[in-house]
Design a binder for this molecule. Structure first.
Ligand SMILES: [Zn+2]
Length: 428
């Protein structure tokens, strides 16, 4: 007897299976489960995936677009300035309300794991307080990891170091930073060292906004790799963004990639944001600003795609759909081979889960009973369609359902409805 069976779905690896759930755990994954269940979801012909994972987000800023004004230049730097204005006027209740509204969107899209940076450059630590409360509130359906993020520079802002330490004391999970925003390259490198030492002392992961610039000489990822190795942080150190790698000298990159691999670093590009914020100081040709995804992966460096922003001072769009993120990543990185497209799907699901160190994630007995049923036949078609989430199960409970997006047709001699699935090859 199961509490819930998801019947006949196609898993991302192509297997067709029934998934039996007891309580908040997956109890069985078999071609055919002959057992009673409290509830059955018919997923025949549909893709059943483990939940989407966003490894890089800013939940304290989300859904604030237009408060108190919009970003006129569209640059990262104006976004940071605008966020500074917003911080002056925000309230604990407002922060929580926006974050919880975003988590509703996320749950509806099957996005059930989020690593969010939270600004620690605020002596009141209002954002930290709010996000800790939100982390508790959404625990039944979303696992929220928090990164202590000194947005204005852990050294550049006079109280940021103490506030970052305080945020960790309050229960924030990961050490963050922004070395390219410190006053000089030397200060940036010093901040990488100090933050990695802080992570090592506390046994925490470290995830730095690193080299989010078009400056080919911004090379803090090199210091991050060295410190990760020196301090034994292999496997729990992440460089987020790494956009300067797009512009770096090719010879230098040929030295850098093996250093990153040796240090066990992972990379988190944020395709929607990188493509929209970088290259703003260029005329033509205009740089695309996303890091070297294929080259990183070829070196065995884990890469996960992050969403970064939804309706905030840096980005005026966004939907909580990680397939939008992977779709943009696929295009900008030109990952069009079938294996590369499947990798893009994994970079917002399984590979992303590994990058942020999730345990009990996946579609196997013993894993958390969280999954999403998509109106698509397989991961590549899911990327192409970015389809409806027919059902979302979080920790054993059905938390969202959506109808299929079939269109009714009135065309003489043609079918009465259409669902834009990829056709099965027939006549040549
Ligand atoms: Zn970010």
């Amino acid at each position: 007897m199961f509490d819930l069976i998801v019947k006949g779905g196609t898993l991302p690896d192509g297997r067709v299976a029934d998934i039996g759930i007891k309580g908040d755990r997956i109890a069985a994954v078999e071609p055919r489960l002959e057992a009673e269940a409290g509830e059955v979801i018919d997923a025949a012909g549909d893709l059943v995936s483990p939940p989407f994972v966003d490894p890089h987000f800013h939940m304290d800023a989300t859904l604030s677009y237009g408060l108190p004004r919009v970003n006129a230049s569209g640059t990262l730097l104006e976004g940071i300035g605008l966020w500074g204005e917003l911080k002056e006027i925000m309230t604990l209740e407002g922060l929580k309300e926006r974050a919880l509204a975003y988590c509703d969107w996320a749950a509806s899209m099957g996005l059930l794991h989020i690593r969010s940076h939270v600004d620690t450059c605020d002596d009141r630590l209002l954002g930290v307080q709010a996000m800790l409360e939100v982390r508790e509130a959404v625990k039944p359906y979303i696992d929220l990891q928090l990164v202590a993020f000194p947005q204005d520079g852990v050294f550049r802002d006079p109280t940021a170091w103490d506030n970052t330490v305080r945020a960790l004391d309050m229960g924030v999970d990961v050490v963050g930073g922004i070395p390219h925003f410190e006053r000089t390259m030397a200060e940036g490198a010093r901040s990488v060292t100090a933050l990695c030492e802080l992570a090592a002392e506390r046994g925490l992961p470290v995830d730095l906004h690193c080299d989010e610039t078009d400056d080919p000489m911004s090379r803090h990822v090199e210091t991050l790799a060295m410190e990760a190795q020196r301090l034994g942080l292999q496997g729990r150190a992440v460089g987020s963004h790494l956009t300067s790698m797009h512009s770096m000298d090719n010879y230098y990159v040929s030295k850098l990639l093996p250093l990153m691999a040796e240090a066990g670093l992972a990379a988190i590009p944020n395709p929607l944001i990188n493509i929209v914020l970088q290259g703003r100081h260029d005329s033509f040709p205009k740089r695309r600003g996303m890091t070297r995804v294929k080259e990183l992966r070829a070196m065995g460096i884990p890469v996960a795609f992050g969403q970064d922003c939804v309706l905030d001072p840096w980005y005026s769009l966004g939907t909580a759909d990680m397939l939008d993120v992977a779709f943009m990543g696929l295009h900008v990185a030109q990952m069009t081979h079938p294996e590369e497209m499947r990798a893009c799907f994994s970079m917002v699901t399984e590979e992303s889960a590994k990058v942020i160190g999730l345990e009990g994630y996946g579609l196997a007995p013993g894993c958390a009973a969280s999954l999403v049923v998509l109106d698509a036949a397989d991961p590549v078609d899911a990327l192409r369609l970015r389809p409806a989430r027919l059902a979302v199960v979080a920790k054993g409970k059905v938390v969202a359902r959506s109808p299929r997006a079939d269109a009714a047709l009135s065309l003489l001699g043609r079918p009465g409805s259409v669902r834009r699935r990829r056709p099965v090859p027939g006549r040549a």
